[in-house]
Write a protein that binds this ligand. Structure first.
Ligand code: VGL
Ligand code: ZN
Length: 199
């Protein structure tokens, strides 16, 4: 059994003051840094969108942030412009320890498809490559922390469980956006997928 800590999207735009700020998003940083010491493998993910990305409300005439739209792959929340490749907002929070990361996986770079999950784009079929990376390294157990509980952590945890990993989410080291009950739905979905939620 080999364990990895997956730190999801602890980036400036998801922290207070950022473009898509998650309440208290910055408060989890010290705890995540401390937790890294307990894992032999640490992986970071980074939301990484080109300007004009299809998940941005600004790319859809007449739509406002947090409206829904229909994409070829299903319903999609439209977001404020965030985590644009190379921007300050896309950088990791300045206090996050990044030195321990064996791998930084970027996602959401396909202009036409959002990617909440670290494993698959939102079409649920285009892989990011993370599954192969973990399996070829013999990693079987994943602990996930980061932002946001109800979107990228949720999608990553559920996909990982479906792929056969043992998955634990440390909810004390995550924070949520919570749109229209999305946090409660995410918790139920993760539990149904066999994800262990602790903290
Ligand atoms: C995320 C919305 C849009 C996340 C990323 O990291 O949870 N949420 N892009
Ligand atoms: Zn995004």
């Amino acid at each position: 059994m080999t364990q990895a800590l997956i730190v999801i999207d602890v980036q400036n735009d998801f922290c207070p003051g950022g473009a898509l700020a998650v309440p208290e998003g910055d408060q989890i940083v010290p705890g995540i840094n401390a937790l890294m010491a307990e894992y032999p493998v640490v992986i970071l993910t980074q939301d990484w969108h080109p300007a004009g990305h299809s998940s941005f409300a600004s790319s859809h005439g007449g739509k406002a942030p947090y409206d829904m739209t229909q994409m070829p792959y299903g319903p999609q929340v439209l977001w404020p412009d965030h985590c644009i490749q190379g921007s300050i907002g896309a950088q990791f929070h300045a206090d996050l320890t990044t030195d321990r990361a064996d791998l930084i996986i970027r996602k959401g770079f396909n202009p036409a498809i959002d990617s909440y999950s670290a494993f698959f784009e939102n079409d649920h079929s285009t892989p990011t490559g993370l599954e192969g990376y973990l399996k070829t390294r013999g990693i079987t157990d994943l602990t996930m922390v980061g932002l946001a509980t109800d979107f990228c952590v949720n999608f990553s945890a559920v996909d990982a469980a479906k792929l056969g990993f043992s998955v634990t989410v440390r909810s004390d080291l995550c924070r949520a956006i919570d749109l229209d009950g999305s946090l409660a739905a995410a918790r139920t979905g993760m539990q149904e997928a066999g994800v262990h939620i602790i903290g």
